[in-house]
Design a protein. Structure first.
Length: 506
């Protein structure tokens, strides 16, 4: 059973049937005095909203949150309660406040004005369903007759400083994006997920903090592509795409409006060249991620990381030799290593300290993130195998004194403890069959364009050329010859592709 309507919409339109049910529930639950004379009708604040669906509302407002609570989880119940109360409040009368203001006019020069105000709720209106916070209601001002004299009793000096705007949370960032016309309800959640997954922001409680990588990428994009990262660009592009959908603008024209200035900005970005052969570097992808490689491969095998970071000292001494420790970047992320390498091979994991001590070796427990952006908790010492997929709590297990993890009311992950939960331990890795071992490599098949590849045979090594000639003659190849033939075909295809790039168009 669906409790709410389609939720990926920003429409505020309500069907007449739903309005009638809402007014019926309001009259029965809160009383006729909370019903306006006519149903409230809202209009969208901006054009181009996704109005194919109704606004987010309960499918049947007669299903109260209390009546369905036993079928829902706590999060689902809170979400349904929020939607149900908001929907009914949107169809109720306004709340009425009695506001009082007292203005005090001082004597002398200069003449100063002091103002005090307060309000008292006289009719709850929509707040009966939506609820109100204590901060919303100002303390009442005592009744003061007009013209009454005022006497100064005390002066309390107070110094205040201008505070910077607060950091974004998920809610405030979505609200800002909505005000700027950026995105749609269906894109808000993926946008926030991408920012965190790629390491541009980190989460501390509900606050989103920019990381050094996020600041660096933002600065680079603002400097090189100011038009693309401008706030109004996304909003304008979405409006133009809406015009394409409605048939008001041809799509080639809309694409070219973006692509032409983008090409100009892209042409100003300096190109990196290979330090070995001078050819341009291009972006390549491997199983370890993206990197820069020379376009002259396989003749030139130069590669470099996409983001080259210099090793930085962390202010600690190596426990082995006493030399300064450095933070370095490796294939699997950042790590801590001794500056005396290769004479000293000390290394350990890098991550955000959690303030907890490893129950196995006494080292620090770090918070790290997987490739998918999920946090896990690991001891910083490489020789220790302590690992947890759940945050560690300040409470300890009464049986073994290990720190409890945040699972339910707190659970123990010590495998030697009688109170531990085996489901919380990471599954042991079972060694599978080694790839490529015990099985001879199969010989490759000749491609259909092999005759066109023959022109590049002189660039191969002698043993590679002989293995390829044997394959072309239909001879049976040994395991080593099959490997050489595969490598030779790969090199020939690369040579052919490079020759096409170098040929100027007629």
């Amino acid at each position: 059973m669906g409790l709410i309507t389609y939720m990926r919409t920003d429409s505020v339109r309500i069907s007449p049937e739903a309005l009638a049910l809402a007014r019926e529930v309001i009259a029965e639950r809160f009383g006729p005095s909370f019903l306006p004379e006519t149903p409230r009708v809202y209009k969208n604040r901006k054009e181009g909203v996704q109005d194919a669906h109704e606004a987010i509302r309960p499918t049947d407002p007669r299903r109260t949150p209390e009546s369905v609570r036993k079928y829902l989880s706590e999060e689902e119940y809170r979400l349904y309660d929020l939607i149900w109360r908001r929907f009914l409040a949107s169809q109720m009368k306004d709340a009425l406040y009695e506001q009082t203001a007292v203005v005090l006019e001082g004597e002398g020069t200069p003449r100063l004005l002091f103002r005090a105000s307060g309000s008292v709720l006289k009719f709850e209106g929509y707040l009966k369903a939506w609820g109100k916070e204590e901060e919303e209601e100002e303390p009442p001002v005592p009744a003061v007759p007009e013209g009454a004299p005022a006497k100064l009793l005390e002066i309390t000096p107070e110094e205040r400083f201008t505070e910077p705007p607060p950091r974004y949370t998920d809610a405030s960032l979505v609200k800002t994006m909505e005000e700027l016309g950026i995105g749609r309800p269906s894109t808000y959640a993926p946008t926030l997920e991408t920012l965190e997954k790629r390491g541009y922001v980190e989460r501390r409680g509900r606050t989103l903090l920019p990381t050094p990588l996020g600041r660096e990428v933002t600065h680079y994009l603002k400097e090189r592509f100011p038009q693309v990262v401008a706030y109004e660009f996304t909003a304008r592009m979405e409006d133009r795409l809406d015009e394409v959908e409605e048939g008001k603008a041809p799509w080639p024209q809309v694409v070219w409006e973006f692509y032409e200035p983008f090409l100009g900005e892209l042409a100003q970005v300096p190109k990196k060249t290979c330090p070995r052969c001078g050819r341009p570097l291009e972006l390549k992808v491997s199983r370890y991620g993206q990197f820069l490689g020379c376009t002259g491969y396989p003749a030139c095998t130069y590669t470099e990381p996409l983001e080259k970071r210099e090793a930085e000292p962390i202010g600690e001494a190596c426990p082995k030799c006493g030399k300064p420790l450095l933070r370095k970047e490796g294939r699997y992320g950042s790590f801590i290593a001794c500056s005396g390498y290769p004479a000293c091979d000390y290394t350990r994991d890098d991550g955000r300290p959690t303030g907890h001590t490893c129950p196995k070796c006494g080292g620090r427990v770090l918070e790290k993130r997987s490739k998918r952006g999920k946090p896990y908790y690991k001891c910083e010492e490489n020789t220790c195998d302590f690992l947890s997929f759940y945050p560690l709590l300040d409470q300890t297990c009464p049986s073994c004194s290990w720190p409890l993890v945040k699972k339910g009311e707190g659970a123990c992950i010590n495998p030697s403890c009688p109170a531990h939960d085996p489901k919380l331990l990471p599954a042991p890795k079972t060694p599978g069959p080694a790839k490529g071992k015990g099985k001879a490599p199969s010989p490759p098949k000749l491609p259909q364009d092999f005759e066109a590849l023959r022109a590049f045979l002189p660039s191969l090594k002698e043993e590679e050329r002989q293995a390829l000639e044997a394959l072309a003659q239909g001879k049976k190849l040994a395991a080593e010859e099959a490997t050489l033939a595969k490598r030779a075909l790969f090199k020939l295809r690369m040579q052919k592709g490079r020759a096409k790039k170098e040929v100027a168009p007629a």
